[in-house]
Design a protein around this ligand. Structure first.
Ligand SMILES: NC(=O)C1=CN([C@@H]2O[C@H](COP(=O)(O)OP(=O)(O)OC[C@H]3O[C@@H](n4cnc5c(N)ncnc54)[C@H](O)[C@@H]3O)[C@@H](O)[C@H]2O)C=CC1
Ligand SMILES: CC(=O)[C@H](N)C(=O)O
Length: 390
């Protein structure tokens, strides 16, 4: 079995002990049980009391947005320097204005990102720092992208558990406390070998065999629980493998479908780490980011669920290679199977049923396989031509 390469992306383990302020908790509990002091109703932070995540006033409506509809939302994106965050920030900034969308991560941003709009350091394991950012910037929408993906997660289970599960708890509590609209992506990886694979519907058995998948099922369930219990405006899309030209994937099982384009243009050769007939659902990044914004903007009454599958296409490495070879006939593809990634892929959906997203809030993809291949090759080809002339 070939060892998984742990992609070091500046991720470091941080152990944060959440303050369990027992005394304060007792005082808060007492005050809430005996409100006859003539004071204002107390709003108590999620973490300071143990018996209720939030004191909800009777007129609170968390299903409507907490900012005036004429204002723009103020958006915070966590884990924003990964494959998806910068593109999402660009799209949201066009829509809501540059200063209204803050990218955050624990890595140092490249200068083109740093100078393109607000960027802030934020470790999602640091609850107080997260809260400070949300309060100081009057955040109303939170897009939670920080995560360790499937292959990297298997190579570092305890870090994946911290980031994907403990980090999510921080995000949920902050979002509930401050009445935020919260988007957390899930994935085809939230399904497992006992799920129906062709197609995979929204509601079915979910018994994933990766820490990534387990953490994403946990996120779906916790988000939906906070929605039903506390009125949190939680929204979640299960993304397929996302393919992008100008950003690199962060260590997943579907990464081959990005790498093939770069290798095809640069070397004319590609070594694939999945078997030629491994079928997985995939999507071009523009469709993924548009779906995300559409889901965030969908009126609450159109959402019959809070977690939806979305899909665009499904293909195997062989089918993708054949489509690329229509443009680059000299491309040579060989296979050297990574057993860890292959086992993961073999347990994931082959086709994704996204009919609920299409019916409820009008989801529709733009890119099928031929358009995806053309667009990727155009982008990477012109990029490498520019690099050669410089
Ligand atoms: N890219 C894809 O194909 C898919 C992505 N998704 C989900 O979309 C989200 C974004 O994905 P990508 O951008 O591809 O991920 P990525 O792996 O490229 O980026 C994740 C980012 O999280 C950051 N991060 C790690 N630990 C952190 C911490 N303690 N505090 C703050 N940030 C931290 C990393 O520095 C990295 O920039 C993830 O939740 C992922 O599960 C879901 C399905 C498919
Ligand atoms: C599909 C995903 O969630 C991600 N790209 C991965 O392969 O881990």
């Amino acid at each position: 079995m070939r060892a998984l390469i742990y992609l070091e992306r500046g991720i470091h383990s941080v152990t944060v002990k959440m303050p369990v302020i027992r005394t304060l908790s007792k005082v808060a509990k007492q005050a809430l049980l005996n409100p006859g002091c003539g004071c204002q109703p107390i709003t108590v932070a999620v973490r300071t009391i143990s018996f209720s995540p939030r004191q909800v006033t009777s007129d609170a409506s968390f299903h409507s947005v907490s900012f005036s509809e004429t204002d723009h939302p103020k958006v915070l994106i966590t884990g924003g320097l990964g494959q998806l965050g910068v593109g999402l920030a660009k799209r949201l900034r066009k829509r809501f204005g540059n200063k209204n969308v803050i990218l955050s991560d624990i890595r140092k941003p490249p200068s083109h990102v740093f100078y393109s709009g607000p960027f802030i350091y934020s470790d999602i394991l640091d609850y107080k720092n997260l809260r400070e950012i949300v309060v100081n910037n009057r955040i109303t929408w939170l897009v939670h992208y920080s995560a360790l993906l499937s292959a990297v997660g298997e190579a570092n289970v305890s870090l994946a558990r911290d980031v994907n599960i403990t980090g999510l708890h921080n995000i949920l509590d902050i979002a509930a406390e401050h009445g935020l609209r919260l988007f957390v992506p899930s994935t085809i990886g939230a399904f497992g070998p006992t799920s129906p694979r062709n197609p995979t519907p929204d509601l079915c058995v979910q018994r994933p065999r990766t820490i990534y998948g387990v953490s994403k099922v946990h996120a779906e369930l916790m988000g939906e629980y906070y929605h039903h219990r506390y009125g949190l405006d939680f929204r979640c899309l299960r993304y397929p493998g996302i393919i992008s030209a100008d950003s690199q994937p962060g260590g997943g099982t579907t990464d081959y479908a990005v790498a093939i384009f770069h290798d095809a243009v640069k070397t004319g050769k590609f070594e694939c780490n999945l078997k030629p007939d491994t079928r997985l659902p995939m999507m071009y990044i523009e469709d993924c980011l548009r779906a995300t914004v559409e889901m965030m903007e969908a009126p609450a009454d159109t959402l019959s669920m809070r977690t939806y599958n979305i899909n665009a296409m499904s293909f195997t490495p062989e089918e993708l290679a054949q489509e690329v070879q229509k443009q680059l006939p000299d491309l040579e593809v060989t296979y050297d199977i990574d057993q860890v990634r292959q086992a993961i892929a073999d347990s994931w959906p082959m086709n994704f049923d996204d009919s609920n997203a299409r019916n409820d809030w009008g989801w529709k993809h733009d890119y099928d396989l031929p358009e995806l291949v053309q667009t990727m090759l155009n982008y990477i080809g012109s990029d490498s031509r520019i690099a050669q002339t410089n």
